[in-house]
Each structure stands twice: as C-alpha cells, then as structure tokens.
Design a binder for this molecule. Structure first.
Ligand SMILES: [Zn+2]
Length: 385
C-alpha cells in the first residue's frame, strides 16, 4: 500500500515520518506528536538508499592551481584540459581526498565551436580534447585509489561522470542563468550540439552523464529524448538551474519540468525507471531555494512517484557579471547545514557547484556519513573523527 500524506503543510516533519510510518494516513498534528516521541535516527535507519557525495565547484578549485583568473575566460575551466592537464588532475584529487565519491569530467564548457575558436583546434582535435578530459578524471581516480591502497586504507567506488553543460555555456554570455537562448534554438539544434560531446564522453566509458545547469524545460527534454532513444543503456542525471525556489532560470515551473523529464524516463523504462537514472534535480542554485524546489516536486508527484533527487548548489553568493566576481559571502551559512533537509526530501546525490571547495565537500561528507547510510569503511574515515 502506498504511503499517504494528509498533511497539507508538507513540512520536514511530515516528510520524515511519512517515510517512517508506512501505510498510515497522517495529518500535520499527528506528525508533530510523533516528532516528540520518535528519535530522528529511527527515520534515518529506515532509508535504504545510499547517498553519494559529489565533488564541488571544479573551476573554483582549479583556479587555485593554475594561477590565473578562470571566471571570465570564454572556455572557463575547459581551457586547462589543454593548457595545464596536471592541474586538472590535481583538482580532482583535492575533491577525492576530501570525500567526493563522484567526480565530473572538466567538460562543462567544452564544445567543438569553443575549442576551434579559442584554442585554434580542428574539429577532431576538439573531440579528442573532450575525451582527454575523461582520461584526466580517470587518472586522478586511479591515482587516488592507488594512494589509498598504499596507505593501507579501504577503497570505495568512485564514479567518473561526463559533464554535459548547457548550450548556454558554449555561448559564454551567462545565458545558462536566464535561458535567453531557449526560443532561438530548435530541439534538433540542441540535440546535435549535445550529441557531439555525449559521443566523446561515452567513447571514454564514463560511468554516466551529468546533464547539468539546464535553464529551460525545452533543452532538458531535447537531451533526455536522445539519451532515451539513442543511448538507452547510459545512466544519467538531469539537473536544472533555477532562479528562485519555484522556477527554472528561464521561468518554467521547476516541478512541471522535472515531472516532464521523469515522465519521459518512466515511459521508456517503466517500473525500472529509477534504475536507469542517477536522478533529477538542481545545481548551481542558491542553497536556500533547494528545499522548496524539492517540496514543490513532492506536492506535484506524491512521495511514491518521486525520482531520486540530485542537488549540488552553489554557496549562495551572487555572481556579478559586470565585475566578473562573486559577492555576498557574508550572508552565506555553512553548506553542510543544508544537508539534513535535502536528505529528508529525498536527495541521493549531494555535492557542491560554484564556490564550493574541497573543505566544504569534506563537511558535507561528514554530514552524510553521520546519518549512517554510508557504512562502507573509506579511506578518509580517519578524517571523520
Ligand atoms: Zn556552478
């Protein structure tokens, strides 16, 4: 029997005990009573999903190693797969050594158009550079695991995902944060743009694709369509950029857009849909928006029909495009303080995006592990004490 939610407030308490108290109808008052008598840990033990921690803001950390300003570069971090590959490996290692279980190829802003224009590469060389980015991530993973073994530690599975940034990243005008290109680009144009990089990443046998920072429903559906049709064996996540706690950057309702993608996946894979994706979610959003975005999806879908959720927000600072810098750091609170809420709301992949550093990822990992769902001994367990 399905768990049923009577509470209209959709508060965290309701979600907590909605998961814990199976097969019962609960109202908000009942939830509040239960909160007093049941320990939080009971709920957490009920969760059977293992939560994985993703790395943080790659280009943010990369900037520490390359000694030059990356924000503002038309190729952003992707330039350094070509110009400073050892710094790219070092950056991946920074996150792995601080508890990341998922790293992404440095291909967010990689495109044939961008590499031809700004690096003077041929089409073939551009595609080869995208493949090299996966090789660098795998090199870092292998190096990390080798170090763990040599130090007598216990290894854990590390996923290397291929980053599929939005069409707007190639334009390098910040338009992935408003989706202004949405109506000027056809579905077919979106698909042929993304297909080149998807093919390159898959040639290098990534563990999956992270389709990320997508500002509009149209682009999300276009990519999902070709993934389901032409790459049905590939596991992926779709992650939206949102401008507030209800809407995508381009203005569509987040819950409706996420549902549209989820419906496509369910139509293709039926009852096994959840096994074919890492999740649907949000990234590079203000962390203060995430809980309400997820709650809106709960409201629309009900808790039984929810896909696995992915979240890797930015720190909550504001990017000033004119100045080319981030502002508002003083208003931010520690990233890990958001994690319990995100877990309660169904997040199964949690990490960081822009301005989230390895030390933040370590705190997020500590928080995820403290909930008791990452029971494997890992190489950095000593850091958790
Ligand atoms: Zn970001």
């Amino acid at each position: 029997m399905a768990t049923t939610f009577e509470c209209k407030k959709l508060c965290n308490v309701c979600f907590v005990f909605g998961i814990f108290v199976k097969k019962q109808q609960l109202n908000h008052k009942t939830h509040l009573k239960l909160k007093k008598i049941l320990p939080k840990a009971t709920f957490l033990m009920e969760q059977d999903k293992k939560i994985l921690v993703k790395c943080g803001g790659f280009s943010t950390q990369l900037a520490k190693h390359v000694g030059s300003k990356i924000d503002g570069d038309p190729l952003w971090g992707s330039r350094f797969d070509h110009e400073n590959p050892s710094a790219v490996v070092r950056t991946h290692l920074d996150f792995l050594e601080n508890g990341a279980q998922i790293i992404l190829s440095n291909t967010y802003q990689s495109s044939v158009q961008g590499f031809m224009k700004h690096l003077k590469l041929s089409r073939e060389q551009s595609i080869a550079l995208m493949r090299k980015s996966v090789q660098l991530a795998k090199e870092a993973r292998d190096l990390y695991l080798k170090n763990v073994v040599e130090k007598g530690g216990t290894t854990e599975t590390i996923l290397v995902m291929g980053s599929v940034g939005p069409y707007g990243a190639m334009l390098h005008d910040g338009s992935e944060y408003c989706g202004s290109y949405t109506d000027k680009v056809s579905k077919e144009e979106f698909q042929s743009f993304h297909r080149i990089r998807i093919d390159a990443l898959l040639e290098e046998n990534v563990d999956g694709l992270s389709v990320e920072t997508i500002p509009c429903q149209k682009e999300a559906e276009a990519v999902t369509e070709i993934l389901l049709r032409d790459y049905a064996h590939v596991k992926f996540w779709i992650s939206f950029q949102c401008k507030d706690d209800l809407h995508l950057a381009h203005g569509e309702n987040f819950a409706n857009a996420a549902k549209a993608v989820w419906d496509m996946i369910k139509k293709k894979h039926g009852a096994k849909a959840k096994d074919h994706i890492y999740g649907i979610g949000v990234n590079c959003v203000n962390p203060n928006f995430v809980a309400n975005l997820f709650k809106s999806l709960h409201t629309l879908l009900g808790n039984e029909d929810l896909p696995p959720l992915v979240v890797y927000s930015n720190r909550g600072e504001i990017y000033d495009a004119d100045k080319g810098e981030w502002t508002g750091l003083d208003d931010c609170i520690p990233m890990e303080s958001y994690v319990p809420d995100w877990i309660r709301l169904g997040a199964t992949i949690i990490g960081g995006c822009c301005r989230v550093y390895p030390e933040d990822i370590l705190q997020i990992r500590k928080c995820v592990d403290s909930f008791g769902n990452n029971n494997e001994l890992s190489s950095f367990n000593n850091k958790l004490n």
